[in-house]
Design a protein around this ligand. Structure first.
Ligand SMILES: [Zn+2]
Ligand SMILES: [Zn+2]
Ligand SMILES: [Zn+2]
Ligand SMILES: [Zn+2]
Length: 452
């Protein structure tokens, strides 16, 4: 009778997925319980709502707290089988004919009370076997948690790397077309310089693509390694306590060293190649625009953070908590509706900045966003130790060297387009296509500094 009861009791403590004792059990909304690791793996590729593996009831949540009572019951059951194993005659202490209840941390062997008090074990750390087993289990669970976090991190890096790879490919195509158009404005036929420029850029681009692919392959390899390790830890967690006590040091060491080197995403960047005569030609249209009158510039969203986030490796970050942006910004005292104009700005000492032109309605709109009509801006945003360039309308990430020092803005009202120049390199950062705007536009500059 008693054995039937304990059998029934044990079965209830099994996980439906792995059919072993529940390890770090969690109970989901429908009331069914599973090992945390089993749920992680079974829901990994599923979007919300996920389904209960037993009854298929949907759940709007993937993360659950540990079910403490179940965890304790499992531990009681596992400790009982450990003690049953140890109290059998064949596992008793040969010398003293006693059940071994003490665990020696130094030698990792089981001892009876008398052996534990012997001279041989003087100065050793000894503890009850049951406590040692529970402790070992906790260490194993901690290792699994941190490894799972690394698996997620690596997975996100991998997805991001493949997104960057495809954005970079599109960027190369867009840039080649743009550079050819600039040359074509000055030369009717393809000139030698144009070909050299494109060839140099393509070579560099291909090199970057190779690096991106290699990095991606490293991440895939890492993914495989981490998962194998996770499976290994998981199988260990299903073993009886007596096996856990044999020592997991080597396993923990391997798992820890594996987590130290997670491949990080690359920041692809092309060199700013010069276009002969670019700045000289622009200089013919040079005007002086004073950006000295700083205005307080209110936005419902922090535009620099919006751009930073667009560029961020972790796209799912929530923007709703972002504080509104209040910056010092300046716009030129005059607007332009016809003709060609060129001006330069010194951005040497600025981390974040935005330059370009905007329409009156955009500037006056307190709800302004970077995607809204009316802002044609080049943003430079710093993240970590890297700065990225982005333009608005539509938002494009530019994989090109950041200008150090002066940036030139060339406005062509006739063609309805705008270009940004890296002056030190006599290089083109970006040129909007012809016909981008037809309204009057105002020069704009913001250093991203918030109002003191
Ligand atoms: Zn399980
Ligand atoms: Zn269920
Ligand atoms: Zn003994
Ligand atoms: Zn000892």
């Amino acid at each position: 009778m008693e054995s039937d009861l304990s059998q029934a009791f044990q079965e209830e403590l099994n996980c439906f997925i792995c059919m072993s004792y529940l390890t770090d059990p969690v109970t989901i909304n429908c009331g069914h319980s599973f090992c945390r690791a089993c749920l992680h793996l079974s829901w990994e590729d599923s979007q919300l709502p996920v389904q209960c593996p037993t009854c298929r009831k949907p759940s709007q949540q993937k993360d659950f707290g540990t079910s403490i009572v179940l965890k304790k019951l499992v531990s009681i059951a596992r400790k009982a089988s450990l003690m049953k194993y140890l109290s059998s005659e064949e596992h008793q202490c040969v010398t003293h004919k006693e059940t071994k209840r003490i665990f020696c941390m130094e030698t990792r062997i089981y001892l009876c009370q008398l052996c534990s008090d012997s001279h041989e074990h003087k100065g050793h750390k000894h503890c009850p076997i049951e406590a040692a087993a529970e402790d070992q289990m906790e260490r194993l669970l901690q290792q699994m948690t941190s490894l799972w976090e690394k698996i997620q991190e690596n997975q996100e890096n991998l997805e991001e790397e493949s997104r960057v790879k495809s954005l970079f490919l599109d960027y190369l195509i867009m840039r080649e077309e743009m550079i050819r158009k600039v040359y074509r404005k000055w030369h009717a036929a393809v000139c030698e310089q144009e070909e050299e420029h494109i060839e140099c850029m393509s070579n560099e681009g291909n090199h970057v693509l190779i690096n991106l692919k290699e990095n991606e392959a490293m991440m895939i390899q890492k993914n495989k390694q981490l998962r194998e390790m996770y499976q290994e830890l998981m199988s260990m967690s299903q073993e009886p306590y007596v096996v856990l006590l044999q020592g997991l040091e080597d396993m923990f060491r391997r798992s820890e060293s594996m987590q130290l080197s997670i491949p990080q995403g690359l920041e692809p960047e092309l060199a700013a190649l010069p276009i002969t005569g670019l700045t000289e030609r622009s200089n013919c249209f040079k005007v002086h625009i004073s950006f000295e009158n700083l205005t307080v510039f209110h936005c419902k969203k922090n535009l620099f953070n919006v751009m930073r986030r667009f560029n961020s490796r972790h796209q799912h970050q929530d923007t709703s908590l972002d504080p509104a942006g209040i910056y010092l910004a300046s716009w030129g005292s005059q607007y332009f509706v016809s003709g060609k104009y060129y001006w330069e700005l010194d951005l040497k000492d600025t981390w974040d900045w935005a330059v370009g032109v905007c329409t009156n309605s955009w500037f006056r709109n307190s709800n302004k966003e970077v995607e809204t009509e009316g802002a044609f801006l080049l943003f430079c945003v710093k993240e970590g130790n890297h700065s990225s360039l982005l333009t608005t309308n539509p938002v494009i990430r530019h994989y090109i060297e950041k200008p150090l020092g002066q940036v030139g803005v060339f406005l062509d009202c006739e063609a309805g387009c705008l270009s940004f120049l890296n002056i030190a390199k006599s290089s083109l950062i970006y040129r909007y296509p012809n016909g981008t705007f037809s309204h009057a536009v105002w020069p704009f500059f913001s250093s991203g500094e918030t109002k003191p």
